[in-house]
Design a binder for this molecule. Structure first.
Ligand SMILES: Cc1cc2nc3c(=O)[nH]c(=O)nc-3n(C[C@H](O)[C@H](O)[C@H](O)COP(=O)(O)O)c2cc1C
Length: 151
């Protein structure tokens, strides 16, 4: 199977698009093959072509998935994810009661479907600051290390 990672994001006001673009650059620097895509237009069956998936998403209304993530989330059940790995990050807001809960929902779903989490869920508060960027750097490296040790 290809060692390529799908890097799929949902973003309304642009923060998560920036996070995804930053990760895309980092993976390129680390020579990791990557394909960047928007969640709303990603054909779910295309996931079969990747060794792993990195999802970048915000959280909306009382801890819900973004509207444009719901179809993708539900369609995950139609794909064989066993043997694939995943990682989750994204900007949301600590001012809300369920900080970054969309990531937790994806975590539960993907684990339930037999995929393996490559590294801890990384929640970012609003705009990424320098410390967040350093965490994102480590996040990329951990995913690559996981892929090398497990595939
Ligand atoms: C109406 C509204 C509801 C929100 N609800 C939540 C929430 O329940 N939990 C959370 O962590 N963040 C919540 N947020 C914060 C967003 O997730 C945050 O602004 C995020 O950075 C937006 O990402 P984007 O710029 O990629 O669209 C909410 C924001 C808005 C505008």
């Amino acid at each position: 199977m290809s060692d390529k990672i799908a890097l799929i994001y949902a973003s309304k006001s642009g923060r998560n698009e920036k996070v995804a673009q930053y990760l895309n650059q980092q993976f390129a620097t680390l020579k990791q093959p990557i394909e960047l895509a928007e969640m709303a237009s990603f054909p779910i069956e295309h996931l079969a072509d990747f060794a792993g998936v990195v999802l970048v998403s915000y959280t909306y209304y009382e801890g819900q998935l973004p509207d444009e993530a719901v179809a993708f989330f539900d369609a995950l059940e139609t794909v064989d994810l066993r043997g694939k790995y995943y990682a989750l990050t994204g900007s949301s807001s600590i001012q809300h009661r369920y900080f970054g809960r969309a990531l937790d929902l994806f975590d539960q779903k993907l684990a339930h479907l037999g995929a393996q989490r490559a590294t801890a869920v990384l929640k970012i508060n609003l705009d990424s600051d320098r410390a967040d960027l350093a965490r994102l750097d480590a996040f990329c490296q951990q995913i690559i290390d996981f892929a090398q040790n497990n595939h």
